[in-house]
Design a protein around this ligand. Structure first.
Ligand code: 7TS
Length: 412
């Protein structure tokens, strides 16, 4: 399979850094189009894990021995890199969590529990992943608050006028994604943040689908919270970031109690550690945090603009080819999209399409993509989703198309 040089990125060289891509699945070269679920990892990230466990595994922050110091430095280096990556104001604003799911739960449980009262309103959007729905629902149930939902237009964009009408002095939190995992829609988060701030609400942005694709500048956005999952950004699973404005984090109660998050403990009273450690109870996922730094470096070295340009070319190419098929319906045709192509084939279950593609070595995701309310709104059970990363090629999209032609011939 050819892997050409596109734009200024050498895709062939990039692919060489991803060992997992070079294998056959069901006798065919693997075509990995499930990047919105999790991206593959470059050798630098894999080697960082091996280096950590073979060279300097130690618990951090507490030891004075050499290994503990080395591990602590590597851990804190990632915080430094993450701060720069999203242009946070300080490292105190970067909390390591397991991923976006934990980040949203942390904010709902701490900021939410401390600030939401009966009849307050929380606004999410109809495009949200379950992890940006359920924690708010739980909070609303507990506090007798109300969950409001920004409607989704036919093309998969948010209805901004409807959003403005939902806003009022009762709105306390607005929580939306930067980009939709099911449809790819890039949301106008700067405008959403501005409008929400106008009524005094705080705003959380779920950046799960933005981290590897879109520029993120939390100061320019002026969001209050921003969440990322490393595993969708060429990094390891089990680690992510919660960014929060320092003045908000300072006032929030801790999330979990335990070691590291304390300043002083007596049986009568415990005082808490400074930021960011107040929110990092217990031994963290040290190895994966250390390796995450190499994923950030991978993205920085390629340049997000270059990555986005390549992925856009792939998206435009695949969209053109799919649109030409009368049996295929694209789901999500927003003007601004990350590289997610969702589709259905009339009369064929997405699961069957996924299985047939897998027999040809093509990995796509099928189903509701943890956005069941969105699928209900669209009146479908689910979609087939191909999502592209920087190592994907047009030749791989040609393979996908061959697979889709075959599904149509075979099933219709
Ligand atoms: N928010 C969005 C927009 C997501 O796409 C996902 C994961 C999450 C939150 C949760 O992230 P986690 O890292 O805590 O699991 N999305 C998907 C997906 O589209 N297919 O598998 C996981």
């Amino acid at each position: 399979m050819s892997a050409p040089v596109t734009g200024i990125l050498n895709i062939k060289q990039i692919r060489e850094q991803f060992p997992v891509l070079h294998q056959q699945i069901n006798g065919k070269p693997l075509v990995y189009f499930d990047n919105a679920a999790t991206s593959q990892k470059p050798l630098t990230v894999i080697n960082a894990l091996v280096d950590y466990y073979t060279g300097y595994n130690a618990n951090i922050h507490r030891g004075i021995h050499t290994l503990a110091e080395k591990a602590t430095k590597a851990f804190e280096d990632t915080r430094h890199a993450a701060k720069a990556f999203i242009n946070a104001n300080s490292e105190q604003e970067i909390i390591f969590v397991r991923g976006v799911t934990e980040a949203v739960n942390l904010v709902a449980s701490t900021y939410g529990r401390a600030n939401i009262k009966a009849k307050d309103e929380i606004i999410i959007s109809g495009l949200e992943h379950h992890s940006n729905i359920v924690p708010w629902q739980m909070l609303c149930e507990e506090k007798k608050a109300l969950l409001k939902v920004i409607p989704v237009l036919k093309n998969g964009e948010l209805d901004f006028d409807a959003f403005k009408k939902l806003l009022s002095s009762r709105t306390k939190i607005v929580s939306v994604n930067h980009a939709s995992n099911s449809l790819g829609t890039i949301n106008p988060i700067k405008e959403i943040i501005e409008a929400a701030h106008h009524v005094g609400a705080v705003v959380l942005i779920d950046g799960a689908q933005a981290g590897a694709h879109l520029e993120i500048d939390v100061q320019a956005l002026n969001c209050d919270f921003y969440c990322l999952s490393a595993h969708k950004m060429y990094g390891p699973t089990g680690v992510g970031i919660l960014y929060g404005k320092e003045k908000l984090l300072e006032k929030m109660p801790p999330y979990q109690g335990g070691g590291e998050m304390i300043d002083n403990v007596t049986f009568e009273k415990t005082t808490y550690n400074d930021l960011p450690y107040k929110f990092e109870a217990g031994t963290p996922n040290i190895a994966d945090v250390v390796a995450f730094n190499f994923a950030i470096q991978f993205i920085n070295e390629l340049g997000k603009e270059n990555i986005a340009a390549h992925e856009h070319e792939l998206l435009a190419y695949a969209t053109r080819k799919m649109s030409a098929l009368k049996d295929v319906k694209l789901i999500g045709t927003a003007k601004n999209k990350v590289s997610v192509l969702s589709f259905v084939i009339d009369g064929v279950h997405p699961f069957d399409i996924g299985q047939m593609l897998d027999t040809r070595g093509i990995a796509v995701r099928t189903g509701h993509h943890c956005t069941q309310p969105l699928m209900d709104h669209l009146g479908i059970e689910g979609t087939v989703r191909a999502s592209f990363a920087v190592y994907n090629t047009k030749a791989e999209i040609d393979s996908l198309m061959e697979g889709v032609y075959r599904v149509i011939r075979f099933m219709k």
